[in-house]
Design a protein around this ligand. Sequence first.
Ligand code: ADP
Length: 198
Amino acid sequence: MAENIFPIYDRLVQFEDRCRRLNQRPVSLWFCGLSGSGKSTIAIGLEKILFQKGYIVQVLDGDNIRNGINSNLGFSVEDRLENNRRVAEISKLYNRSGLITINSFISPTKDIRAHAKAIIGEEFFKEIYIKASLDVCEKRDVKGLYKKARRGEIKGFTGIDSPFEVPEVPFLEIDTEKHTLDECIQSLFKAIEPLIRI
Ligand code: ADP
């Protein structure tokens, strides 16, 4: 039997057919920002509203990634890079299946975000800066992590003893100090709906 020289992709259900079936165009919304800036809270709210409007969407965050596929990774520089690489590859698979993802990770450096963008593809990757000052995030201290970091119990905590590089030209900037949660979700929804609508 002659060997099939064509890659498997050509023989799979095609991307455009998937989009038509799901009635949406996928994107990877890549949230970045300090711990406590509001990434998870907004991701949960945005997922709900998108789902209610008929879009198929999946939130990827520490809970379902670090406890699952990345449970063997810690917080060393190498492990953070590998964590990011795997999240981006997963997001890409979701997108190629026609699904929208909301990725909620601090992703503190330009390099990390550029790497994710290179994997996911420029067309799909939408960087969204969830903005709040260190002062406010530390006052919120949702998980008590800032107190621990200040006491030296956590090393390399972003904003305390590890830098956060503010995105220069994000697709969108959402200021959670100036706007209510509801306003933040609504302005995100308005900005992305034209991208995902067929
Ligand atoms: P992150 O995922 O970035 O670490 P969280 O979503 O866990 O942050 O925590 C953000 C905290 O800030 C929550 O307690 C949330 O209720 C509060 N908060 C106040 N205003 C806003 C806002 N406009 N958008 C999102 N969260 C807000």
